[in-house]
Design a protein around this ligand. Sequence first.
Ligand SMILES: C[S@@+](CC[C@H](N)C(=O)[O-])C[C@H]1O[C@@H](n2cnc3c(N)ncnc32)[C@H](O)[C@@H]1O
Length: 226
Amino acid sequence: MKSHPINAVAVAAALLFAASAGAQQTDVAGLNERYKDPDLQVEVWVGRFESEGREVFDFREEIVASIGLEPGQAIADIGAGTGLYEPLFAAAVGTEGTVYAVDIVPRFIEHIATKAAEQNLTQIETVLGDDRSTGLAAGSVDVVFVCDTYHHFEDHEAMLASIHQALRPGGRFVVVDYERIEPRIEHIRADKAQFTAEIEANGFRLTEEVEIEGMVENYVLHFERI
Ligand SMILES: C[S@@+](CC[C@H](N)C(=O)[O-])C[C@H]1O[C@@H](n2cnc3c(N)ncnc32)[C@H](O)[C@@H]1O
């Protein structure tokens, strides 16, 4: 088949236009406005994040098991929200380990700290980050976990640099996010392939995509820091 350069240019322009239009549809900063609301009601979000029917809640034990945490390790949950994963991580790393629960929302951080104190989970430490930084010390963690949060990063390159810096050499980075399929096409700014490419372009190597039977809306990617 003959190629027609002019058509190829037109197709490329159309694709570029479609891609930029798609990018404009997702207002990433807008996604976080509801969390940054000073009147945020944490219990409302506990009801949304920690309830059956949300895959990352239903499959939380399988997701944590896929990481293979060991006693004494340090893990950071960036975008910890209501702290859904913190007790599971605390059990996996034990009292000698550390779980850093990081979020940009003070009310979520206070809620996690209160629950950790009530449950005597002394290995949980809360950290208030910001849109460009985890707030973690350099080389302080073995694993960074980001669940339903990567697509909320308003400056993903700055966050990836901060995550890279926080990880020890050879440390692992686990990303759980939504497939860019209906009904979330406009909610998620890019698909798994683009997120993987971004992460790999910023000092990480994809080592595994974990298959969890029955999980269809979300994916679990394991990267290592290089
Ligand atoms: C959809 S919630 C997910 C919460 C939790 N990971 C879960 O799955 O239940 C996204 C969270 O990411 C937080 N977030 C957004 N940008 C962030 C950033 N740059 N650093 C840390 N947390 C961030 C939000 O405040 C919110 O708590």
